[in-house]
Design a protein around this ligand. Structure first.
Ligand code: HEC
Length: 149
């Protein structure tokens, strides 16, 4: 079986990938990682909005897709028992007012969907659809994130 020597490394790689997903599946870790990627995706968009970078529709869409992806997963990462520990910045309000948290999340998702649908092709077109996305970030952080500054 000559092609075994090709299959085996592939199998190992798949295994490594799977275990890196499952070994560290503590929701406190996962939501931190997800929000970090959300923050990373915000950087190029912020630079465009401030005129520090050229407007680029593809970069914007990439960030929007990261946010859409995270938006779909984020709400499931706050189970009972994950309120504290591991340096979480999740505020107790998430557990005390789950409906409000879900609403803040839904608002963000709607803003992200709206921006994707609008498909802005210029900075002027992007501003009015990205504004509500960032407002929704802040809207959730104000109530549901403990800022460490
Ligand atoms: C529905 C609520 C919600 C929305 C919307 C939201 N965040 Fe967050 N964010 C959180 C919570 C909760 C944390 C703390 C996560 C934790 O530590 O478990 C957080 C943490 C962060 C962090 C710190 C990541 C880290 O190192 O832990 C960054 C950066 C961040 N958010 C950026 C953003 C940006 C940018 C947006 C919008 C594009 C956004 N967030 C939208 C709730 C939200």
């Amino acid at each position: 079986m000559p092609d075994n020597k090709y299959r085996f490394p592939l199998f190992l790689a798949a295994l490594a990938l799977a275990s890196s997903v499952f070994a560290d599946d503590d929701p406190r870790h996962e939501r931190h990682e997800l929000m970090e990627s959300v923050g990373e995706a915000a950087k190029p968009v912020g630079e465009m909005l401030k005129g520090e970078a050229e407007f680029d529709a593809d970069t914007l869409l990439q960030s929007l897709n990261v946010w859409k992806d995270v938006g779909g997963q984020f709400g499931g990462l706050f189970p009972e028992g994950s309120e504290t520990g591991m340096g979480t910045e999740a505020a107790p309000a998430i557990w005390e007012d789950r409906a409000g948290f879900e609403k803040a999340l839904a608002k963000w998702q709607a803003a992200v969907d709206g921006a994707i649908e609008a498909g802005p092709d210029s900075l002027e077109a992007a501003k009015p659809v990205i504004g509500p996305v960032f407002e929704a970030c802040k809207g959730c952080h104000d109530n549901y994130r403990i800022a460490e500054e």
